[in-house]
Design a protein around this ligand. Structure first.
Ligand code: PEP
Ligand code: CO
Length: 476
């Protein structure tokens, strides 16, 4: 592993560690931790950079560059997540599996945000709760992979690890990890963040007029009339708010927008980690809400070590092979003071496994009185590769896992407080099924993802509507 000589000012900042004091709002600062202490542990899924000097130079530069979010926003999100934990709000976390540099465009950012706002509105109205909207973007440029290399026709090259590491084309130059790409990832994250903030603030008022949504696909749904009734009642509610004299109904439904990404490349995350004197603790300020994936969630690993010391709300993916005792140790490490809003567990079991795998985890966490926010990622346990080579997911399996998650939580007296989705605001053809019954032959029409398949705009709206119908059935 390359060890880094960081800039003096950052080293100075580290010395604040010993002076850290606990603060109610931002949690408790571990005193045996520093932003670089992960370097003493085994760090999986890191690119094999050939040029250690170039990496050091890049990270030094990144450590001097502005961060993308503020500690105040991060703490506000933590408080909001504490509400979701209590069953008083619902988390909608969604975006690309992997962002790409070429898709950092006005239309892609706008369409994705618009979709998340529409889904948020459906959920808010249908669940009768505030919805916390968190994008899976403005930093989602690095991917964990199952193998380090890929072979084609007898040629073996490093695997594509996301645009912040290398390029997807299959040739040696493209696949060589280049540390300078970290700077580009940071710059594009800042561009995305800037546009998102501007749009969320006042650029998408038309989203709050469902009569203007493009809903042609509804005629293909067997539940068309139910869906239309629900959308009609959202329109009526918004109309009612306006009739109360609000000039902008969106003022009523607007809440802050937050970002998240997988904290995978730890040199990058470390360089954007800052000591915030007002809170007496360290924050990752490249995003509001970092998470770690199933491949990097080992208790003794570098990723858990990094996550344990920052004051952000953090999340961990939990798969079907996770054992209850192992999960409890992870919770103890990441949230030793049982702080509300601090820890989210994102279960991603797969529709055939959730009924068997989830209950023991729910029972163990409840028995120990651990405060966590449970959310469901119905995407990553339901990925399959077709004979044609396309990686896909079936709408019915995604919905099936989500449906079961709601029921299993209800049966165990726990609360499913959110959903984590891979979605695109575009008309991509990556997941099968949905109202238009997208089939295998149609996947090639607009399959764009370099990594995992996403629900398209219509499938995403349909999923949000189905969640609401399900919730309404549950509450009678
Ligand atoms: C992801 O969220 O894109 C991912 C790789 O998830 P997981 O760690 O759950 O496989
Ligand atoms: Co993915």
């Amino acid at each position: 592993m390359v060890s880094l000589q960081l800039q003096d000012d950052i080293v100075d900042l580290r010395s604040h560690c010993t002076r850290a004091r606990p603060l109610a709002l931002s949690g408790f600062q571990a005193t045996d931790w520093a932003p670089s202490s992960w370097q003493q542990r085994v760090a999986l899924q890191q690119p094999g950079y050939e040029d250690a000097e170039a990496l050091t130079k890049t990270i030094t530069e990144l450590a001097q560059q502005p961060t993308l979010v503020t500690a105040h926003e991060v703490v506000q999100l933590k408080l909001a997540l504490a509400q979701a934990q209590e069953g008083r709000s619902f988390l909608l976390q969604g975006g690309d599996c992997a962002e790409s540099f070429s898709e950092c465009t006005t239309s892609i950012i706008t369409d994705r945000l618009q979709l998340l706002l529409q889904m948020g509105l459906i959920l808010m109205h249908g669940l009768q709760q505030p919805v916390i909207r968190v994008g899976r973007f403005a930093g989602q440029y690095a991917k964990p992979r199952s193998a380090d290399t890929e072979s084609r026709n007898g040629v073996t090259l490093p695997v594509f690890r996301g645009d912040s590491v290398n390029r997807p084309e299959f040739n040696e130059a493209a696949r060589r990890p280049d540390p300078r790409r970290l700077l580009e990832a940071h710059a594009r994250s800042a561009l995305t963040m800037n546009m998102t903030r501007a749009l969320a603030e006042n650029g998408l008022a038309h989203v709050y007029q469902p009569s203007g949504w493009d809903l042609d696909w509804l005629v293909h749904s067997p539940l068309e009339s139910k869906h239309r009734r629900l959308i009609g009642s959202i329109s009526e509610s918004l109309q009612f708010i306006r009739s109360l004299g609000e000039t902008d109904a969106d003022n009523e439904v607007r809440t802050a927008f937050h970002t998240s990404h997988e904290a995978l490349l730890l040199h990058y995350e470390e360089a954007q980690t800052r000591y915030v004197p007002g809170h007496g603790s360290w924050f990752n300020l490249s995003t509001h809400f970092p998470w770690i994936g199933v491949r990097t969630a080992a208790l003794e690993g570098a990723h858990v070590e990094y996550l344990r010391g920052i004051s952000n709300p953090v999340a961990v993916k939990v798969g079907p092979s996770t054992q209850a005792d192992e999960l409890l140790r992870l919770i103890d490490t990441l949230n030793p003071h049982n702080e509300p809003g601090r820890l989210t567990l994102i279960t991603r079991m797969g529709h055939p496994h959730i009924a068997q795998a989830l209950p023991a985890l729910l029972r163990a966490v409840s028995r120990e009185g651990q405060r966590v926010l449970w959310i469901c990622d119905p995407m990553h346990g339901n990925t399959e590769t077709l004979a044609s080579g396309y990686k896909t997911r079936r709408f019915d399996n995604i919905l099936g896992e989500l449906d079961q998650a709601f029921d299993i939580h209800a049966a165990h007296g726990t609360h499913l407080g959110g959903v984590h989705l891979e979605i695109s605001g575009d008309d991509v053809t990556e997941c099968l099924g949905g109202a238009r019954a997208l089939n295998e032959e149609q996947l090639s029409r607009n399959y764009k993802s370099c990594v995992d398949p996403r629900l398209n705009r219509e499938q995403s709206l349909e999923l949000a509507l189905m969640v609401v119908h399900k919730a309404q059935r549950r509450t009678g």
